[in-house]
Design a protein around this ligand. Structure first.
Ligand SMILES: [Zn+2]
Length: 259
């Protein structure tokens, strides 16, 4: 490997993890170490859910230093998600943490997550429509906050655990959205700022995310996915239904308590 080549680095990481045995390229261990030390830091958006936990586990492997960002936006399970965020940060030894209030999203409303007059509907996984739990354009607010912070602390990457396939059909989880936002970062930050958005689980199914998390030793027991309640997961909302289906498909027992 010549100069810094992130693509080559990513591939070598994947291959090492998948084969788990020495290959000829592994002789070049020193270059791997060099790459690691040149990787710098990343801002990782951590909601406290399963996708963000596995995304954090992947970011942990790809970066020297992590900073965790969490947003509270008046969602029903805000306190429980914040606890999951703190516990995940503790697990990964991340001391650089930022919790940003995006309460205006609750004031804007329009989602069953933030507006108590809109009931959290039971899951309909066969539906092609956008579920009531969609918080209008939420991920743009999250990325905007992450971009500001990344530019200030000099982070080279932003990780977000968006999932396009096998998910609820949120428009701000599509790959095209992240490609477009990448362009927004390029034109909206200092000329010398280089920040790359990474969406490592965007093309995975939820079952693949569970399996990847188990492979990486991600603490899925610390995550919270339910949109409805904070004591025990309801098992009926969109998020619970997707999560339960994913664990079943992966053949792994969900460590979180259900009502
Ligand atoms: Zn639930």
């Amino acid at each position: 490997m010549g100069g810094f080549d992130e693509k080559a680095f990513d591939d070598s990481i994947d291959e090492i993890e998948e084969t788990g045995e020495a290959r000829p390229a592994d002789k070049d261990d020193s270059s791997l170490v060099t790459h690691h030390s040149s990787l710098g830091s990343a801002v990782c958006l951590v909601s406290g859910g399963m996708d963000s936990c596995v995304t954090a586990a992947i970011a942990r492997a790809e970066n020297e230093e992590l900073a965790f960002l969490h947003a509270s936006y008046g969602q029903r399970t805000e306190a429980r998600e914040l606890r999951a965020f703190e516990e995940l940060a503790d697990f990964y030894g991340v001391s650089r943490r930022l919790v940003v209030p995006l309460e205006h999203l609750a004031r804007v409303g329009g989602s069953s997550l933030t507006d108590s007059s809109i009931p959290v509907s039971d899951a309909d996984l066969s539906s092609r429509g956008i579920p009531t739990s969609y918080v209008p354009f939420r991920n743009a607010h999250l990325l905007a906050a992450a971009t500001s912070w990344a530019e200030v602390i000099g982070a080279a990457r932003i990780y977000i655990g968006a999932v396009a396939e096998d998910s609820s059909g949120y428009p701000d989880c599509r790959p095209e959205f992240y490609e477009a936002f990448q362009r927004v970062i390029e034109v909206g930050t200092r000329p010398e700022t280089k920040i790359e958005i990474r969406t490592p689980v965007i093309h995975m199914s939820k079952a693949e995310i569970v399996r990847r998390g188990v492979e990486l030793g991600a603490p899925l027991r610390l995550t919270w996915s339910c949109y409805q309640s904070e004591e025990k997961a309801c098992g009926r909302c969109d998020s619970c239904a997707l999560r339960l289906r994913a664990f079943r498909a992966a053949g792994v027992e969900d460590p979180v308590p259900y009502a």
